[in-house]
Design a protein around this ligand. Structure first.
Ligand code: SF4
Length: 194
C-alpha cells in the first residue's frame, strides 16, 4: 500500500468521525474542536492541562482554543484552577458532566457498531499499525510525541517503587504515569497511546 492510499483511508475515516461528531454534538451546542479539547484534558497530566498545552496538542491558535474553553466553561464542562505554587499557571479540569459526555461520544458509535468485526479483523494489529504510523509521522516531521508518561525517557522508577520525573524532579503517582504529557520524549520502552 502506498503512502497516498494510507492518507486517503485515514482522511476518509477522519471525515466519517467528524460528521458523526457534529451530529452528536448538535444536541449539546458544541463543535467537534470543543470535544477534542475535552478529550485531551481527560488524558493529559498536570504539566499539560493549560491553554498552551491544548494549543500545542491540537495545533490551533491560542485565540481559537481560548474561545473554545470559554464555551466549555459556560456550559459547565471545564473549570479553571490557579496553580498552588505558580500563580501565573492556570490548570483546566473537566467536570463530571464532561466525563459523561465523553463516555457517550468516545469511542464514536461508528466504531462501537463495528466492534465485533474489528475484533475478527484482529484489532491489535490495526492498533499497532496506527501507533507505528503516528510515531513515524511525528518523528519524520519533528513533532512533539505527547506520549504516555511511563514511556518517557525522563520517567524514573525509584528504589522505593515510586516514580520520579527526571525533568521536573517531582514525584509521579501510578495514575500520573498513565497520562500524556507535552514534555514527553521517547524512551527505551514501548510507546503508549491515549
Ligand atoms: S517523565 Fe516525561 S512524560 Fe512524565 S511528567 Fe516527566 S517529562 Fe512528562
Amino acid at each position: 500500500m502506498s503512502i497516498e492510499q494510507i492518507h486517503k483511508h485515514i482522511e476518509r475515516l477522519a471525515n466519517l468521525l467528524r460528521t458523526q461528531s457534529r451530529q452528536l454534538l448538535a444536541d449539546y451546542g458544541l463543535q467537534p474542536i470543543q470535544l477534542e479539547v475535552l478529550r485531551y484534558l481527560s488524558v493529559c497530566n498536570r504539566y499539560s492541562d493549560t491553554v498552551k498545552g491544548v494549543t500545542e496538542y491540537l495545533g490551533q491558535t491560542k485565540g481559537t482554543v481560548s474561545q473554545s474553553i470559554k464555551v466549555l466553561e459556560r456550559k459547565g464542562l471545564v473549570t479553571k484552577h490557579v496553580d498552588s505554587t505558580d500563580k501565573r499557571i492556570v490548570h483546566l479540569k473537566i467536570t463530571n458532566n464532561a466525563r459523561s459526555l465523553l463516555n457517550k461520544t468516545v469511542p464514536a458509535p461508528l466504531f462501537r457498531n463495528a466492534d465485533k468485526q474489528l475484533k475478527r479483523q484482529s484489532a491489535n494489529q490495526i492498533l499497532n499499525a496506527l501507533i507505528s504510523l503516528l510515531r513515524t509521522v511525528q518523528k519524520a516531521n519533528d513533532l512533539k510525541s505527547f506520549g504516555v508518561c511511563h514511556t518517557c525517557r525522563y520517567n524514573q522508577k525509584t528504589a522505593d517503587g515510586n516514580y520520579l520525573c527526571g525533568l521536573t524532579k517531582e514525584v509521579l503517582s501510578s495514575e500520573d504515569i498513565q497520562l500524556i504529557c507535552k514534555e514527553h520524549e521517547d524512551g527505551e520502552r514501548v510507546f503508549g497511546v491515549l
